[in-house]
Ligand binder design. Structure first.
Ligand code: HEM
Length: 213
C-alpha cells in the first residue's frame, strides 16, 4: 500500500528513503509499544485472578462474536483491562516537545528551545485525579466519563497516535484469543521496569498453562 500511495498534491510516490523511514516508524512506534503494553497486561491479569475470571466469562459468553471487528472495538471488560494496565504502565511514559518560541501557560513561562517533557506515567497515578491510583481496577473504565480522565496513553491533539484504534483492536484480539485457551502465571509479584523511549518490563517470566474447557 505504501509503495502504491501517491501524495494528494503532486501525485508522486514516496522516494525509497521516505518509504524506508515510514516503515521504520510503523515498526518502532507500532510494534515495540504494543508488545510492551501486552507484557504489562499479561502480568496484571496474572496478579488478579478475579479479573482473569471475568475476562474468561466475557470471552465464553460472546462465543465466536468475541473476534468480530465490531465486538473488538466495543466497550468491554477486555478493553477495561487493557486501559487499566496502560494507565499503570503506559508504554509512552513521557512525551517531549521543544518550544519554537518564548511561551507561557498559567504560572509557567519558558524560552525558545526549552525541552518540555509531559510525564504521562506520573499523571496516570496522580491521586488528585485517580482514586486508589496504585491499584489495578479495570472497572474504573466502566464510567461513561472515563474519556475525561487524566489519561493519555496515546497522547492528544494534532500528534495523537495514528495507530490508537489499530493497537486497541490488535490487543483485544490477542488477549481474547490467548485467554480463550490459556492462562499466564507470572513468577513475579512486582514488575521491574525500564523507562527508555518506551517503558518496558525488564523481565516478565512465568508459565503458560492450558485452561480446562
Ligand atoms: C499500545 C500501543 C501504542 C501506544 C501506547 C502508542 C503511543 C503513542 C503516543 C503517546 C504518541 C504521541 C507521541 C507524541 O505526542 O509525541 C504516538 C504517536 C504515533 N504513533 Fe503510536 N502508540 C501505539 C501504537 C501505535 C501503532 C500500532 C502505530 C502504527 C501502526 C503507531 C504509530 C504512531 C505514529 C506514526 C505516531 C506519530 C504521529 C504524529 O506524530 O503525527 N502507534 N503513539
Amino acid at each position: 500500500m505504501m509503495i502504491h500511495a501517491r501524495y494528494e498534491d503532486t501525485q508522486l510516490p514516496m522516494t525509497d528513503e521516505q518509504l524506508v523511514d515510514e516503515m521504520l516508524i510503523l515498526f518502532i512506534a507500532g510494534h515495540e509499544t504494543t508488545a510492551n503494553a501486552l507484557s504489562f497486561i499479561f502480568f496484571e491479569i496474572s496478579r488478579h485472578p478475579e479479573a482473569e475470571q471475568t475476562l474468561r466469562n466475557e470471552i465464553s459468553t460472546l462465543g465466536e462474536a468475541a473476534f468480530t471487528p465490531d465486538s473488538l472495538m466495543k466497550k468491554s471488560y477486555t478493553l477495561n483491562i487493557i486501559k487499566e494496565a496502560m494507565r499503570l504502565h503506559p508504554p509512552a511514559w513521557g512525551i517531549d516537545r521543544e518550544a519554537l518560541e518564548d511561551d507561557h501557560f498559567k504560572d509557567y513561562s519558558w524560552g525558545k528551545g526549552t525541552q518540555i517533557i509531559l510525564y504521562i506515567g506520573g499523571l496516570h497515578r496522580n491521586p488528585k485525579y485517580w482514586t486508589d491510583p496504585e491499584a489495578f481496577i479495570p472497572e474504573r473504565f466502566d464510567d461513561e466519563n472515563a474519556r475525561n480522565f487524566a489519561y493519555y496513553p496515546f497522547g492528544a491533539g494534532p500528534r495523537l497516535c495514528i495507530g490508537e484504534h489499530f493497537a486497541m483492536m490488535e490487543m483485544v484480539l490477542i488477549v481474547r484469543k490467548f485467554y480463550q485457551l490459556y492462562s499466564f502465571k507470572s513468577s513475579h509479584d512486582q514488575v521491574e521496569k525500564k523507562a527508555l523511549v518506551t517503558l518496558r518490563p525488564i523481565k516478565v517470566s512465568g508459565k503458560i498453562v492450558k485452561n480446562p474447557i
